[in-house]
Design a protein around this ligand. Structure first.
Ligand SMILES: Cc1ncc(COP(=O)(O)O)c(C=O)c1O
Length: 381
């Protein structure tokens, strides 16, 4: 068996449409989008087209999409940009956010902003009430992710966003684990700010966007030239923006058309693992209305997740323990511990993130290798 790639939550293989679009821009359409001559106008056209297409996908206006260097920058901009405008006050988020949100909020906290984190239930769901009960008279921003990247659990962004709007509070969602994988509509979500990253939906790394609803009070993020409507200076990354636009089209058509297939594969993987390793514990939910169909996070008692990853890798299987960018950290997942898992349970977790490209054969192979590896590790204990 060749590589079985079950780490699509970490990153996705770039699709051919994106590579073709990028190659064309790199080799032929290399002009500076600010140039007044034909090559510049051509490059500007690529940026404008991507802005229009991405806006249409999100049901936004063209001038509400701002290109960034990825999910981390978009999150940083959303939080720091609104905090700078507000000057002081209180921000609410959740205890299960990605570190791009968590660490930015901790920094804002050290600068004097009030920060509160709502806790999830044991399945990783943060209720709207638990967020709304934290509102104070000086709350100016709520940041709640749309799909949790470690468990796949959907969060009630639309409900929180509607309540935030009634109170004049800005609503941000980190939708990095959602865009391209589930339908995302900024209006039905009731959000003012939304972060996305191209490499999560078969696009290039180091590229993303921030949706900023018209009229949202937010400062520019990079001071420089007048690019990105004067909000983010710097010559635009034309090849990657073109690649991201192509990838979003590719991903939406394939992901959204294959939801049933992914659900079946995820259920099959969990059923096979349960059969072979009866004491396995699910981190999240298996029912489809609470969780994204592509993410399965489990804990296996007595096993260290990172040791398991090495054995899986020896058999060609790519998976991860929690958030991949935190893989080298000795700390157990903050998401799983917030859900009430002990440090040992969190350290024994493993996450499989599927895509429409996976097959039943790969899932059966993975379950067999996993069971064999767990038997081996337990015998060593
Ligand atoms: C939920 C979430 N937010 C933000 C990020 C950061 O995105 P990027 O890698 O594009 O900086 C990630 C990446 O894993 C993520 O999963």
């Amino acid at each position: 068996m060749e590589t079985v790639y079950l780490d699509n939550g970490a990153t996705t293989p770039i699709c051919k449409d994106a590579v073709d679009a990028m190659n064309k821009v790199i080799s032929e359409e290399y002009g500076n989008p600010s140039g007044v001559y034909t090559k510049g106008v051509e490059a500007k056209g690529i940026i404008n087209r991507a802005r229009t297409d991405i806006a249409a996908s999100l049901k936004a206006f063209d001038n509400e999409i701002y290109f960034t260097s990825g999910g981390s920058e978009s999150d940083n901009w959303a939080l720091v940009g609104t905090a700078l405008k507000a000057g002081k006050g209180h921000i609410i988020s959740t205890a299960i956010e990605h570190h791009a949100v968590m660490n930015t909020l901790n920094t804002l906290g050290s600068l004097g902003y009030g920060i509160s984190f709502a806790k999830p239930d044991s399945g990783g769901f943060v209720s709207a009430d638990s967020v709304l009960s934290l509102i104070r008279p000086d709350t100016f921003l709520i940041s709640m992710m749309l799909v949790n990247n470690e468990t796949g659990v959907y969060q009630p962004v639309s409900e929180v966003g509607a309540a935030a709007r009634k109170r004049g509070i800005i609503m941000h969602t980190d939708a990095v684990a959602a865009v391209g994988k589930v339908p995302v509509d900024v209006n039905s979500l009731n959000v003012d700010l939304l972060s996305a990253s191209a490499h999560k939906f078969h696009g290039p790394k180091g590229t993303g966007f921030l949706y900023i609803r018209r009229g949202t009070p937010i400062s520019p993020f990079i001071y420089g030239g007048g690019q990105e409507m004067g909000m983010r200076g710097g010559t635009e990354n034309t090849p990657c923006v073109a690649g991201m636009n192509a990838a979003l089209k590719y991903s939406e058509s394939h992901f959204l058309d294959s939801v049933d297939k992914q659900k079946k594969l995820k259920q099959l993987l969990f059923d096979l693992i349960k059969e072979k390793i009866p004491d396995v514990r699910l981190n999240g939910y298996i029912d489809s209305d609470k969780t994204a169909p592509w993410c399965l996070n489990i804990s296996i008692p007595g096993i260290v997740g990172t040791s398991l990853l090495i054995l899986l890798d020896m058999k060609g299987i790519c998976a991860s323990t929690g958030a991949t960018c935190n893989q080298s950290s000795k700390e157990p997942s903050h998401v799983l511990t917030a859900m009430g898992r002990s440090k040992e349970e969190a350290a024994s977790s493993i996450r499989f993130t599927l895509s429409f490209e996976n097959t039943e054969e790969e899932i059966r192979y993975t379950a067999d290798v996993l069971a064999e590896s767990v038997r081996y590790l337990r015998s060593m204990n």
